[in-house]
Write a protein that binds this ligand. Structure first.
Ligand code: PBG
Length: 336
């Protein structure tokens, strides 16, 4: 063999042999740079009114719309697994043109928050703040004709955030991509006495095709047009950094980037540029791609989930919203 190498005139590597530390599992584990932690993961939960109500979501394997009592049971299970938090989305009984139900103190999100708060679970309670699940037209803001009226939307978002803070949310997460939404929430919350409620801004949010499964889950597909006049063009990275800068200035406590896998460059750049906690959202379509390929036997489900989440954390995300929070926490517990 040596002769063969010599006759071919192949140059052998010198002292640098990175493969040394890949020789066995113990060495690879020892030098691993990125480790997933259950406590850094946040599980999305979809809540509806009623009791004992559970509606499977066909586009999101393993997820269901839950009434507050069942959401509570699910939160107990997630807390037991060591998951860091839950992110609540509400689907109201009735929608209207303005999405008023978003701020209903008796709506499913507020009710679930109140009950969760009383349980004192070791979970961060996060509430998504947007109008799209609550408007008849499915847009994230108030419509003036066919246009979304930015400034008319802000007080409605602030009202919803106040209702959730009042019900017990630790963190409110505005996702409507209205200009000034973080400042509007901050002044609304402070004015109502909720100075302690934190804001996680969906700061860099592209108009992505990967939200489609979520819209089936939340019944929030726009009845006409698309979200491109408020969510960002996926082609834009500098604009994303500017959005994050603005949200930081407006008082965001945590910056979030979504989708995650298509924004690894932005996660890495944001991590260098801002000293706020940085989160990423592995959105519904990212999960659906993995589930669909795994169901066909084309990829290994567990490996794909762990590899994508590890890459998101490696890029710089300190927290990840993911539909796989429960799976990952279960696996981490098994291997601990
Ligand atoms: C509400 C909202 C959406 C998501 C999070 N908050 C939907 C959208 O913007 O259309 C997407 C989450 C996911 O796809 O998992 N505006």
């Amino acid at each position: 063999m040596r002769d063969l190498i010599a006759t071919r005139g192949v140059d052998l590597p010198g002292r640098e042999r990175p493969r040394r530390l890949r020789a066995n599992g113990a060495l690879r584990t020892l030098v691993r740079e990125t480790r997933l932690a259950s406590a850094a993961l946040v599980a999305p939960l979809f809540v509806v009114s009623g009791r004992g109500r559970r509606e499977e979501i066909s586009s999101l394997r393993g997820h269901a719309r839950l009434s507050p009592d069942l959401a509570l049971a699910e939160a107990h299970r997630l807390a037991g697994l060591g998951v860091g938090g839950v992110l609540l989305f509400g689907i109201p009984d009735a929608k209207d043109h303005y999405g008023h139900a978003a701020a209903d103190p008796d709506g499913p999100v507020s009710e679930t928050l109140r009950r969760l708060k009383a349980e004192k679970l070791p979970l961060a309670l996060v509430a998504d703040v947007c109008l799209c699940e609550y408007t008849t037209h499915g847009h994230c803001g108030v419509l003036e004709g066919e246009l979304v009226d930015n400034d008319a939307t802000l007080p409605l978002l602030a009202d919803a955030a106040i209702a959730y803070a009042e019900a017990g949310a630790d963190i409110v997460a505005p996702s409507a991509m209205m200009d000034g939404q973080v400042a509007a929430l901050r002044s609304g919350l402070d004015g109502a006495g909720f100075t302690g409620a934190a804001i996680m801004a969906y700061a860099s949010k592209h108009a992505s095709t990967f939200y489609s499964p979520f819209r089936e889950a939340a019944g929030s597909t726009p009845s006409f047009g698309d979200r491109k006049s408020y969510q960002m063009d996926p082609a834009n990275g500098r604009e994303a950094l500017r959005e994050m800068e603005l949200d930081a200035q407006e008082g965001a406590d945590i910056l979030m980037v979504k989708p995650a896998i298509t924004s690894l460059d932005l996660i890495a750049r944001a991590r260098d540029r801002f000293d706020l906690p940085l989160a990423a959202y592995q959105v519904s379509g990212e999960a659906a791609m993995i589930e669909a390929a795994a169901a066909r036997g084309w990829i290994d489900r567990r490996s794909a989930i762990l590899e994508t989440l590890t890459a998101i954390v490696r890029a710089g995300a300190g927290n990840v919203m993911t539909y796989f929070a429960s799976d990952v926490a279960t696996w981490l517990k098994e291997t601990a």
